[in-house]
Design a protein around this ligand. Sequence first.
Ligand SMILES: C[S@@+](CC[C@H](N)C(=O)[O-])C[C@H]1O[C@@H](n2cnc3c(N)ncnc32)[C@H](O)[C@@H]1O
Length: 284
Amino acid sequence: MASVSAQTDLRQAINAISDVIQNRPLPLREFDQIYMKAGDMVLQTMIIAQRFAKRDLVFIGDGDSISLCLAYAMHRGVIEEGPNKILVLDFDERMVNAIERFADKERISDKISARLYNCIDPLPDDLLGEFSAFYTNPPWGASNLGESVNVFAERGMEACGPDAVGVVVIADDPNVDWSKRVLFEVQKFAQEQQFFVQEMQPMLHAYHLDDAPDLKSCNLFFRSHPDRKITTRSYELHGKRLESFYGRNQPLRVKYVREKVRVDYGKAPSETYVLDPLEGANGS
Ligand SMILES: C[S@@+](CC[C@H](N)C(=O)[O-])C[C@H]1O[C@@H](n2cnc3c(N)ncnc32)[C@H](O)[C@@H]1O
């Protein structure tokens, strides 16, 4: 049986991740926002904290909020080591604002920040080569042979300088042929970008995915070739690379998802419920 202190540690870890989950905006399925399950987020936070300890880490999209789990778990003393600084790039302003609000409230803005960015656009000059690690859990590229995965991974690689590492979190199921094709294409693409596979942790995470509840994802870790040329100019993406980006016949057409400001942020929207008064309580 686990010792008392191990149980306490686990409870603290789950409670920290639970605070982050509570902060996440509701997912938009049309943009492949499909959230990782809580237990796997705890495990993923531990793995990434250790793998990317002391590195400057950029996230290309992060609806799951693993970025915030890392920063917050370090702050709460749940994990002892982790990345130095974290930047999240996402085209959904709700994600960006949720991270910034949480960081501000918990006073961890020195550790984590977020910025609005669509990966169709060139990576801003001030980010090129500035990081030593990247993390992406992209649209999984089932209908475009992994091209959407490659687009996200490419932006992460562009953001990294020498001796870089990165992780791509994508579908992995030996019974699902498209996931095997995508895994193959992504590894090929990474090699063209002068990154090699360092390790693969297969079938690791589960998701809140109604139509495929058993589909798992893996951690595919990459490391840069020692002679890799660092990117000094980034380009806009177009044409074929944007087709079926979020699924069959669902190209990338949206620049940003904008947040509608609500005064009752964090509370259940009043349109989602009605109150039946107790008998006699409404003055009748
Ligand atoms: C595509 S989802 C993948 C599933 C992942 N489990 C999640 O829900 O976060 C990952 C993140 O990428 C963001 N994203 C989607 N399209 C994007 C784009 N064109 N540029 C930048 N971020 C994007 C989403 O807002 C989301 O936060």
